[in-house]
Design a protein. Structure first.
Lengths: 89, 345
């Protein structure tokens, strides 16, 4: 089992009060894999159902953001490897 | 410094964390200057004015707070940040000769100013103490006098050496009969400014003392020449002045011009310094609606500060010369409104 990785970057180092702040998180884990399970039910007479697909993630990741100044960060987007959060300075 | 911490956790409880630090800047200080170095207290009343520019000649016997300027002490002690422009330029009669005076028991004799600056053809060239005179130690008495007075103020100030080196040098300078080109004058000024900053920093200074050198900021090559890294390492601010003198001038473009040059041309030490706008103004002849132009300034400053490069931290409106507010009350109302707006609050 591999450990996850994460990097975080802000769009600036200094903000004026009221500025919009953008945090970009890149993350991943070598074990994380999407899987798709396709099920077909076949009876004794050989009749098969239409295939049904379900998806799942092996070793899913959860991402949390904390700010020691108490600022609230809201998730804007997350595609599973890059997440963008915003806050107000 | 606030820190944001990101934690990624997998299904097995293994985690990765990453952090990013940031700073929330203090609001930009809205500031002022009133023509003639007059008492600005009444104009500033009721507005979010937190910064002030003043001009003194080292030749003057009354630099801090200035002759008959007790209000400067009152304002400074109430928290208004002072930008004291101290000039080698001599403001003229009386007393353009040598001076002998005593500072804290030591008697100094300082020779007559031997340089001319602002040598615009067809004008009378002002006198100034020469850069060679400074480097020879002949002006140390002027600095000692200023420092002695400064120590009685009760608060720290920014000492801006020279008002506008580019304006001073644009047409060359002359010291003791020797002429120097603009570029030569810049190089000599850098040496002299370094000498003066070193002189002050070698002595006990009031807490909060900072230094900068003054430049109008209308010439890119000059701006680069007078901001070498060894000098910037001794200085606390970048500085430039901003005037709208054409109907096409926008606040964003005018405040941005020297910033773009700085970002392109200056070194990392210079770019680590915040920007003090010692003067900004709108010339009513070309821009009759001064108030409307002033109203665009907060957003321009906010935008510039959101971009890469040094941040503008003080902007002092120059109610004199090109920036004279006319009508005054309309202009002051516009300034009060602007300084009540982000990023000034």
């Amino acid at each position: 089992m591999a450990a996850p990785t994460a990097t975080a970057s802000l769009n600036a180092s200094t903000y004026s009060p009221g500025d919009q702040m953008t945090l970009t998180v890149s993350y991943g884990d070598a074990d994380t894999r999407p899987v798709t399970v396709t099920i077909v039910v076949t009876d004794a007479q050989g009749n098969s159902s239409a295939p049904v697909k379900v998806t799942a993630v092996i070793d899913p990741l959860t991402l949390s953001v904390a700010d020691d100044s108490g600022r609230t960060w809201a998730k804007v987007s997350d595609n599973g490897s890059v997440a963008v959060h915003r806050a107000v300075a | 410094m606030p820190r944001v911490t990101v934690t990624v956790r997998d299904n097995g409880g293994r985690t990765a964390t990453a952090t990013a630090d940031y700073t929330i800047a203090a609001p930009v200080l809205g500031g002022y200057y009133l023509s003639g170095g007059a008492d600005p207290t009444a104009d500033m009343a009721g507005g979010n004015f937190r910064s002030l520019t003043q001009y003194r000649s080292f030749a003057d016997g009354y630099i801090f707070p200035g002759y008959n300027r007790p209000w400067l002490i009152t304002l400074g002690r109430s928290g208004v940040k002072m930008n004291m422009v101290l000039e080698l330029k001599h403001y003229g009669a009386p007393n353009t000769g040598p001076q002998t005076f005593t500072v804290d028991g030591t008697t100094y004799t300082v020779p007559a100013p031997a340089m001319t600056i602002q040598q615009r053809p067809g004008t009378t060239w002002p006198r100034a103490y020469g850069y060679s005179q400074v480097l020879a130690g002949l002006c140390d008495g002027l600095f000692a006098r200023a420092l002695s007075q400064y120590r009685t103020l009760g608060f720290g100030v920014n000492i801006q050496l020279a008002s506008e080196l580019d304006t001073d040098h644009e047409f060359g300078t002359t010291e003791s009969g020797v002429t120097y080109t603009w570029a030569q004058s810049d190089a000599r000024a850098v040496q002299a400014m370094t000498y003066i900053v070193d002189w002050f920093k070698a002595r006990a200074l009031p807490a909060g003392t900072t230094f900068s050198v003054g430049v109008a900021g209308f010439d890119r090559a000059c701006y680069q020449r007078v901001h070498p890294e060894p000098l910037m390492a001794k200085l606390d601010f970048l500085q430039w002045n901003v005037y709208a003198t054409n109907a096409t001038h926008t606040a964003l473009a005018r405040f941005r011009r020297p910033k773009d040059w700085a970002v392109a041309d200056l070194g990392p030490i210079a770019l680590s310094r915040p920007v003090l706008i010692a003067e900004w103004g709108v010339r009513v002849a070309e821009i009759p609606n001064q108030a409307a132009w002033i109203a665009t300034v907060p957003a321009a400053i906010a935008q510039l500060n959101a971009e890469r490069g040094p941040r503008i931290v003080r902007t002092n409106y120059f109610n004199s010369g090109w920036g004279t507010l006319s009508p005054k009350e309309t202009g002051l109302a516009a300034l009060r409104a602007a300084y009540a707006t982000r990023p000034y609050v």
